[in-house]
Design a protein around this ligand. Structure first.
Ligand code: DGL
Length: 273
């Protein structure tokens, strides 16, 4: 694989732009290909079997670009499909779970860690497993927060309604005396300021978009596959499986200065029709 090859990244929809934005910040020279499976979003309420199938189809599409690295930005897909996908892909594949678990342990003194995510992410138990694999003495308290994703997609990123919902979701975790909280969903970094207000200064927030960008940067450096600086601005290309307008509308909430071409594509069985 050449250093000039792109980094491919997929998400169930538009939320993975939090990861793409951090990648762009951390790896300014890299070409980024993003796939948002907007026709089938949300993955969060779906079964693991369905998310695995969708994830397989997303990766299959991205491999056509001969990427040097595939990133699963979606926490739900990382939690349920990473191990299966890893077996069928012959380029490095990074999910958000392990880097998030590692960062949380690095930040936690009490080793009492909260994790929030979609129903599928929380049901999978992927974060507690990843934490236990690194530190058996740490305790993880989990909570599904299904209202956060639609709130972000409706542009509700602060204000009294968001704060009330955050209080309802996070209070039981605070009662467990956590000192670290993993934001285990693509959309949650957008709500970071409200969450910080609710949890207070004693709880460190782990942003899975930031930790993923750091993990990708370290992996490319270790493999000597960082793209050298060039005179041209590196490309960003976005593919979506449903209408472009909606992706752009929500995309601007998440990443206001997002640039690059957006194209609609068919993937999986639909592509064979
Ligand atoms: N991208 C998903 C995640 O990070 C959130 C949206 C969805 O449910 O598909 O878990």
């Amino acid at each position: 694989m050449t250093a000039a090859a792109p980094i491919a990244i997929f998400d169930s929809g538009v939320g993975g732009l939090t990861v793409a934005r951090e990648l762009r910040r951390a790896l300014a020279n890299e070409e980024i290909i993003y796939l948002g499976d907007t026709a089938r979003v949300p993955y969060g309420p779906k079964s693991a079997a369905t998310v695995k199938r969708f994830g397989g189809e997303c990766v299959e599409f991205l491999l056509h670009f001969r990427p040097k690295l595939v990133i699963i930005a979606c926490n739900t897909a990382s939690a349920t499909a990473l191990e299966d996908l890893d077996q069928i892909v012959d380029v490095p594949l990074l999910g958000v779970i392990e880097p998030g678990a590692r960062a949380a342990l690095g930040a936690s003194n009490l080793r009492r860690i909260g994790v929030i995510g979609t129903r599928a992410t929380i049901t999978s138990g992927a974060y507690p497993r990843a934490v236990a694999a690194l530190d058996k003495g740490a305790t993880v308290f989990s909570r599904a927060c299904p209202l956060f994703v639609p709130m972000v997609e409706e542009g509700r990123t602060k204000g009294p309604v968001v704060k009330a919902v955050a209080q309802e979701y996070l209070t039981p975790l605070l009662e467990q005396e956590i000192d670290t909280l993993i934001l285990g969903c693509t959309h949650y970094p957008v709500l970071k300021s409200v969450m910080a207000e609710v949890v207070g200064a004693g709880v460190t927030l782990i942003d899975s978009a930031e930790t993923m960008a750091t993990a990708a940067k370290e992996l490319l450096a270790a493999r000597g596959e960082g793209r050298p600086e060039s005179a041209e601005t590196p490309k960003q290309h976005f593919y979506v499986t449903d209408v472009i307008d909606e992706f752009e509308r929500v995309g601007r909430i998440i990443w206001p200065d997002m640039t690059g071409r957006i194209e609609r594509v068919e993937i999986g069985r639909a592509a064979l029709r």
